[in-house]
Design a protein around this ligand. Structure first.
Ligand code: NAG
Ligand code: NAG
Ligand code: NAG
Length: 267
């Protein structure tokens, strides 16, 4: 109930706004006309580009009355952009400029021009660090994750990753779009203590082939293998052997002679 009664004044207000706008458009047509529809301008454009040519009657002068980010100016009857747009730094992807058309002896009217800023891939992906250190216990099970090293890119989603060397025996990526580093085969501290990898990221899968703009970035990774206690105590001398992940050393036992017949003379 309350919602309904609240809604009514809003409707009335909206009606008024529409009516006022409509009458403004009608009277504006006598002085000047902005071609309908929004104008799309890609970001990272050059300065001083034409946005729209306003159709004006004789002796009509134009001024920009609402100028978002101070980006617009008028040359003759053309609305122009002063500088290149940056999609990422603008507060909104839609800019609405208002132009006042006036002529001596007539009531001036205002026309709006809507500009949609087009996003362009003009930023590279970035890793938070150039170099990452990972400590990994030997014997970490195959397919367990030892780290997620993601890059960010204000333009592109998803990003495409590649781990080098691709032939690395011990690590692989979970997925081309998921830079989770997984164990590929069991690490043995006695065999390898340190592994160096390079993680590549690209913001367009096939940028060079499709002629699309693309950017790449790399981060280096050093994995330190940590020794864990994976062997029971050994009696030496013994013969080393591996049983699954456990290390064993098999002793042949001890030999000695005890003289059973020997008797100690004293107590
Ligand atoms: C335009 O793109 C280039 C790279 O293509 C970039 O370096 C520059 O920062 C971009 N400029 C703006 C205003 O976004
Ligand atoms: C590891 O993951 C791969 C791919 O999902 C699978 O083929 C393989 O069997 C897994 N290995 C183990 C030991 O879980
Ligand atoms: C064992 O006893 C015998 C006889 O008494 C003796 O000849 C021999 O040397 C002893 N052996 C040792 C290892 O003590």
């Amino acid at each position: 109930m309350e919602l309904k009664s609240k809604r009514k004044p809003v409707d009335v207000l909206l009606g008024c706004v529409v009516a006022v706008c409509f009458s403004a458009v009608c009277s504006a047509q006598r002085l000047c006309t902005v071609p309908p529809g929004p104008v799309t301008i890609p970001e990272n454009n050059t300065a001083d580009v034409q946005v729209v040519k306003i159709i004006c009657g004789n002796d009509v002068s134009l001024t920009v009355t609402v100028n978002p980010e101070d980006l617009f100016y008028i040359v003759g009857t053309v609305l122009m952009l002063k500088k290149g747009l940056d999609y990422e730094s603008l507060p909104s992807a839609t800019l609405v400029a208002w132009v006042q058309c006036s002529r001596a002896g007539s009531r001036s009217v205002n026309e709006s021009v809507e500009v949609l800023v087009g996003n362009v891939n003009d930023n590279p992906p970035n890793f938070a660090q150039n170099h990452y250190l990972l400590d990994v216990n030997e014997l970490t099970p195959v397919n367990s994750s030892v780290g997620l090293i993601e890059a960010t890119d204000v333009d592109s989603e998803p990003l495409y990753y590649r781990l080098e060397p691709a032939t690395d025996k011990y690590f692989r990526l979970e997925h081309i779009n998921t830079p989770k580093i997984l164990v590929k085969s069991i690490l043995d501290y006695d065999v390898v203590q340190k592994i160096s990898l390079v993680l590549h990221v690209q913001d367009t899968l096939n940028g060079s082939a499709t002629n699309e703009p693309f950017f790449t970035s790399v981060a280096t990774i050093t994995v330190h293998v940590k020794d864990v206690d994976n062997r029971p105590p050994w009696f030496q001398p013994c013969l080393r052997t591996n049983l699954g992940i456990a290390k064993l050393c098999v002793s042949s036992g001890y030999r000695g002679k005890v003289n059973l017949t020997e008797k100690e003379a004293s107590v």
